[in-house]
Design a protein around this ligand. Structure first.
Ligand code: ZN
Length: 159
């Protein structure tokens, strides 16, 4: 099988890839170290480089949508990007601000984990900075590195 194209790696990390493509890429990634390395490098580029333009875009994007929208939708889907996992966890968004996002999950996450969080049509990329048990759940603090609006219409589950 041919390697994953670089553009597709970026779209995958940003959560903007069509779901049938996601499945085949994940199959490929699970046993191709070349592509796994490429994915990791792209992730590094997205999250680690100081990019003032991007940070301003994150802020502008968050300014546009007021918190009630996040609050009303609430349900999130989370994927670990580093360490990479193809499992999607479900949780709740507590709030999103310039300083980051607060999430509630049933499991704890290691500090420093890079995650992709989907809330409605918003996709947040960030790093886990806090994790604390609160009641039955864990409250996770994520420093936002990027915010992407997905232009994919959510697919209806086909029978
Ligand atoms: Zn490959």
């Amino acid at each position: 099988m041919t390697h994953v194209l670089e553009d597709e790696v970026t779209l995958y990390l940003n959560g903007r890839l069509e779901s049938d493509r996601v499945a085949s890429i994940e199959t490929h990634l699970s046993d191709c170290t070349v592509c796994k390395t490429r994915l990791d490098q792209t992730l590094h580029f997205i999250t680690q480089l100081a990019d003032i333009g991007r940070r301003q875009r994150v802020y502008a994007s968050l300014e546009k949508r007021r918190e009630p929208r996040f609050a009303s939708e609430g349900i999130l889907s989370l994927q670990l990007l580093r360490p990479l996992s193809f499992e999607r966890l479900t949780g709740r968004i507590i709030n999103v601000s310039r300083s980051g996002a607060a999430l509630s999950l049933a499991v704890s996450l290691e500090l420093g984990t890079l995650v992709q969080v989907r809330v409605g049509t918003m996709i947040l990329l960030g790093e886990v900075r806090h994790c604390a048990k609160t009641g039955d759940d864990f409250r996770i603090g994520v420093r936002l590195e990027d915010v992407v609006e997905s232009d994919l219409t959510p697919r209806a589950q086909s029978p």
